[in-house]
Design a protein around this ligand. Structure first.
Ligand code: PEP
Ligand code: MN
Length: 338
């Protein structure tokens, strides 16, 4: 149930209502917007007479929420959420690009790529230290040392870092080292991991599962918010369809759908969707045009020698061309891209 208070409602009245609802056993999530306050009421409201609330003269409207997701619902929080990733704001007017190698391979590799993506305008450095590979015989990532390498490069080139967490066991190390924790497509429904991430306040990049609906994806985000962590960014990375020309099919339509249903920022990973470098720029531009708040792009200075995903990694000069193209689209739709 959602309760919208009238503009100018006194805080003491709002607090009174909140206490009454909490005494009835409900959990209240308060959203204070620029002019209105909204209470998201979580709990079994089926036996509660919502009409009775209109007895208070400061209540504007009371709505039952049909969707199973509550805290990620835009009805709960009409304004866009803006997530602060160590000083880089995601979800506001500025479009934010994250870039770097698929996998951290060595300090030299990361420190070669980082300044190149930074000078093209990327604000956040990516790099996987733990890699979820389909084959157990493929390169599995360098592990914990990779996070140290990434953090060091991030500090050197003034970029927060994003890296994928695969296991709850690594959480303590990640929280102190990585600015934005990525939950990969294969772990989108790892509910024990999501619950633990919900207990932290660290920003989470939640990728869409390979074969998950938008509603399932939002329910996974709901796990994190329900635990108390509101710092979630959604990442569309393509879904499995009958099409084999690309690695996945980029679901561009999820961007406006998510923007309607949820207040969380939405970014797009065209690299994993395309699976081939030559399609990445077109998909990136389409994502910005469709309303994405940012992009995450794989870049490698020597893609032919990359230990993972070289076929979809952009050379630095191609990344520069992608940034130039995306900047033009951003300007055309009245947004900014550094
Ligand atoms: C990645 O970003 O390195 C990755 C493995 O992506 P996804 O989980 O979307 O496949
Ligand atoms: Mn990759």
């Amino acid at each position: 149930m959602i309760i919208k208070l009238k503009e100018g409602t006194l805080k003491e009245n709002a607090d009174l209502l909140k206490t009454k609802l909490m005494d009835l056993g409900f959990e209240i999530h308060e959203s204070i917007g620029s002019s209105i306050t909204i209470f998201g009421v979580v709990g079994d409201t089926s036996k509660f007479d919502q009409e009775s609330l209109y007895a208070y003269d400061f209540i504007d409207s009371v709505l039952r929420v049909q969707e199973p997701f509550k805290q990620v619902n835009r009805k709960f929080h009409p304004d866009n959420s803006i997530i602060d990733v160590s000083g880089v704001m995601i979800g506001g007017e500025n479009i934010v690009v994250m870039a770097g190698p698929c996998a951290v391979e060595s300090q030299e590799q990361v420190e070669t790529i980082a300044p190149l993506v930074a000078s093209a305008g990327a604000r956040i450095l990516r790099g996987g230290a733990y890699k979820p590979r389909t084959s157990p015989y493929s390169f599995q990532g360098v592990g914990g040392d990779g996070l140290g390498i990434l953090k060091h490069a991030g500090a050197r080139f003034n970029m927060p870092v994003v890296s994928e967490i695969m296991s709850v066991e690594d959480l303590d190390y990640f929280v102190g080292t990585v600015d934005l924790l990525q939950v990969g497509a294969r772990n989108m429904q790892n509910f024990s991991l999501l619950k633990e991430l919900g207990k932290t306040q660290v920003p989470i990049l939640l990728k869409r599962g390979l074969a998950n609906t938008i509603e399932e994806w939002l329910m996974s985000a709901e796990y994190i918010l329900a635990g108390g962590n509101r710092n979630v960014i959604l990442c569309e990375r393509g879904i499995r369809t009958f099409e084999t020309a690309t690695r996945s099919t980029l679901d561009i339509s999820s961007i406006p759908v998510l923007k309607k249903l949820s207040h969380l920022p939405v970014i797009v990973d065209p690299s994993h969707a395309a699976g081939r470098w030559e399609y990445v720029e077109a998909l990136a531009k389409a994502s910005i045009a469709a309303g994405a708040d940012g992009l995450i792009i794989e870049v490698h200075h020597e893609p032919e020698k990359a230990l993972s995903d070289g076929q979809q990694s952009l050379k630095p000069e191609r990344f520069q061309s992608l940034m130039d193209g995306c900047r033009r689209i951003a300007t055309a739709i009245g947004r900014k891209l550094d």
